[in-house]
Design a protein around this ligand. Structure first.
Ligand code: ATR
Length: 270
């Protein structure tokens, strides 16, 4: 049977095996998908073993996405811009193709599932680390009127601005420099939420009927989702939908069929 897996560390609470087994059932594909704990120092060996023994495709999660970027033979353009790979496909000639489906997964959740259009909207992304880098390309391609990137370490936001200049203009600043601005959509790409922290965000940043989206997800509302609710957001949500959508795009790359994600999203939340 064709083998698929997600490698990461830690990996115990990964929802990916459940998601991909459900995709497989719904699209009547015969495959096996497992979560495997792999430490960064064991990554090279683990990946070689996996693809030598029926491995057809692999997801990589924290902290392996940058290592995966280094190890593959070819990259899709979006993976190249992301500097990270979350999906690897073994091609017919045995070579490994690296892709990044995080950004397109976010766009699918925002636009297809939540019914938002980003065209002409004022977007703010918080954080300029790996998670932000994975989504900036697709966000720029959605034609917002402004894409503003704020980060605690301003120099990192500046680096992103330069990196993405071939795709579009990003305005970069500190959190303090956001004073007086207003945004229709605020996306949290910092890792602060996971530890219950928030960047220092002034009141009034979110426009009326604005939307807040946290790339992180958890059983309880994250600190950023709660912040959005306090600001009167029309919608303040975590990134569970993005998790399912990035998985669906990986599944499509591997199996050539796009699974229906609606029932799975409802099931995971319950
Ligand atoms: P990830 O892959 O999750 O993006 P990362 O590359 O380590 O992880 O980046 C973490 C991001 O969260 C960074 O933008 C970081 O800000 P700095 O670049 O200034 O370090 C941001 N971050 C983490 N904790 C934060 C906090 N308590 N307040 C504000 N930003 C925080």
């Amino acid at each position: 049977m064709d083998q698929y897996a997600v490698f990461g560390f830690p990996i115990g609470h990964s929802k990916s095996p459940l998601i991909h087994q459900q995709f497989a059932e719904k699209t009547e594909q015969l495959l096996n998908y497992q979560a495997v704990e792999v430490r960064p120092e064991a990554f090279d060996e683990a990946i070689a073993d996996f693809f030598q023994t029926n491995g057809k495709g692999l997801n990589c999660t924290v902290p392996l996405k940058e290592l995966a970027f280094e190890i593959v033979d070819q990259l899709t353009e979006r993976a190249q811009f992301s500097g990270a790979v979350n999906t690897i496909k073994k091609m017919n000639d045995g070579s490994l193709l690296g892709d990044n489906t995080d950004g397109v997964g976010l766009l699918s959740d925002l636009c297809d599932n939540l019914g938002l259009s980003l065209e002409g909207k004022r977007l703010l992304v918080l954080g300029a680390g790996g998670a932000a880098r994975g989504i900036l390309g697709p966000l720029l391609e959605a034609n917002p009127s402004i894409l503003w990137l704020a980060n605690r370490t301003v120099s990192k936001a500046q680096v992103m601005k330069e990196l993405f200049a071939p795709i579009g203009y990003i305005h970069s600043s500190s959190y303090e420099d956001l004073a007086g601005q207003q945004f229709d959509v605020i996306i949290n790409a910092t890792s602060a939420s996971l530890t219950g922290e928030l960047p220092p965000l002034a009141k009034g940043l979110l426009a009326e009927k604005g939307v807040c989206y946290d790339l992180a997800y958890s059983q309880e509302p994250t600190a950023f989702v709660r912040w959005g609710e306090e600001q009167g957001a029309a919608l303040s949500t975590d990134g569970l939908g993005m998790l399912v959508e990035q998985a669906a795009h990986a599944f499509k790359l591997w199996r050539g069929v796009m699974p229906d994600t609606s029932l799975i999203r409802a099931g995971l939340r319950g």
